[in-house]
Design a protein around this ligand. Structure first.
Ligand code: NAD
Ligand code: WQD
Length: 343
């Protein structure tokens, strides 16, 4: 679609952004990436170029630097923006709220201002199921109240949604889709692209993968006294490639709408911690050692998506199951025991 200009992918060197960049290019889109590399490496863009056989224009700077952002819009004909860039460590956000609000809100405001100066009016935002807070009911649908978030990261997602909803009301010819991700996991089937968190993983599945490959001694099962089928936390795990493909469906939708709509991207299925450990054991053919530990502050027992709006509005449905997620994650971890570091 290069005659239609490029899709600007902010945070495109990150886990979800890099997988989405691959799917966009393979669907015929031209992509431009901006990433500060605060939580990623250039290697993921190199891998995306290798997989797609395409050179990807990538600019490595902090989007708080508005002048540099404007220069990218001057150099490329940007048709739409997919905004993945964000800090996303829940625990860290509790101790550094100003860093999280300045970054996660500041870059969105910079983007909107530069888009407005350049006449770009299509915006797809990486939101999160975390905006729903404590469930009033499950599964979460898009009518569920939002904003009851308990940490600065989650609040930054909610505040961003509010900024975009308010901006949309003031600019009715703009088009916004807020994609509320559940729990993205997995890797590209090639084993060349995957999740490579900095330091000790906060999230369950990269932690399991690092135990399986011997980088960590055992999985910490954070709480087994929840009111769930086996006492451990239950989530809606979604293959990162299904999630990536959901962005292509959103890009197609955003061409045909006005206003601002929030859509869940989840499977509608759910798995417990122990079920994910078992699924990973099946994928890697090894026992995964684990220890039962205390609950993690702020964790909810259970949440999962009602994905019906994504199906009706985007024509999107997740097609990969937990076995695919674990098999692809294991392939990536085996091929890259230390992530992208060894390059
Ligand atoms: P990630 O950390 O891998 O990717 C985010 C990218 O944004 C990183 O590469 C980072 O370097 C970049 N970035 C951060 N601040 C920046 C700035 N000021 N300027 C330029 N680049 C900047 O995270 P991810 O898992 O790929 O998540 C992508 C998006 O999806 C994020 O907005 C995240 O909040 C959201 N999300 C993630 C999950 C999840 O579990 N992974 C779930 C729900 C929502
Ligand atoms: C999943 C389950 C834990 C780690 C977080 C953010 C959310 C979003 C996705 C950005 C829970 C348990 C975890 C471990 C464990 N990120 N667990 N041992 O907490 O659902 O969501 O990531 O938007 O905003 O809150 O994901 O993978 O951390 O936890 O037992 O070492 O695994 O208690 O039940 P979570 P998670």
């Amino acid at each position: 679609m290069s005659d239609k200009g490029s899709v600007l992918v902010t945070g495109g060197a990150g886990f979800v952004g890099s997988h989405t960049t691959v799917e966009l290019i393979q669907a015929g889109y031209s992509v431009v990436v901006i990433d500060s590399l605060i939580n990623s490496r250039k290697e993921s863009i190199a891998r995306a170029e290798e997989i797609t056989g395409t050179k990807i224009p990538a600019y490595y700077f902090d989007i708080l630097e508005k002048e540099k952002l404007q220069q990218v819009f001057e150099k490329h004909r940007i048709n739409s923006v997919i905004h993945f860039a964000s800090l996303k460590a829940v625990g860290v956000s509790v101790h550094t709220p100003l860093i999280y609000y300045k970054n996660n809100l500041g870059i969105t405001i910079n983007l909107l201002e530069v888009m407005r100066e350049n006449g770009v009016k299509k915006f797809i935002f990486s939101s999160s199921a975390t905006v729903y807070g404590d469930p009033h009911y499950l599964p979460f649908d898009e009518k569920h109240p939002v904003g009851n978030c308990t940490n600065p990261y989650g609040k930054s997602k909610f505040f961003n949604e509010e900024i975009l909803r308010d901006f949309s009301l003031a600019n009715p010819d703009w088009k916004f889709i807020l994609l509320r991700y559940f729990n993205p996991v997995g890797a590209h089937k090639s084993g060349r692209l995957g999740e490579d968190p900095m330091g000790i993983p906060n999230n369950l599945t990269p932690y399991i993968a690092q135990v399986a490959v011997g980088r960590l001694p055992y999985v910490r099962v954070l709480g087994n006294d929840y009111d769930t089928r086996d006492g451990t936390g239950v989530r809606d795990y979604l293959h990162v490639v299904d999630l990536a493909v959901g962005h292509i469906a959103a890009l197609e939708k955003v061409e045909k709408m006005n206003g601002c709509m929030a859509i869940n991207l989840g499977t509608g299925k759910n798995h417990s911690v122990l079920e994910m450990v078992a699924a990973f054991e099946k994928a890697c053919g090894k026992k995964i050692p684990y220890k039962l530990e205390a609950r993690r502050d702020g964790d909810l027992p259970t949440f999962y998506a009602n994905p019906s709006l994504a199906e009706s509005e985007l024509g999107w449905k997740a097609i990969r199951g937990v076995d695919d997620m674990c098999a692809d994650m294991w392939k990536f971890q085996q091929m890259n025991p230390n992530g992208y570091a060894e390059n």
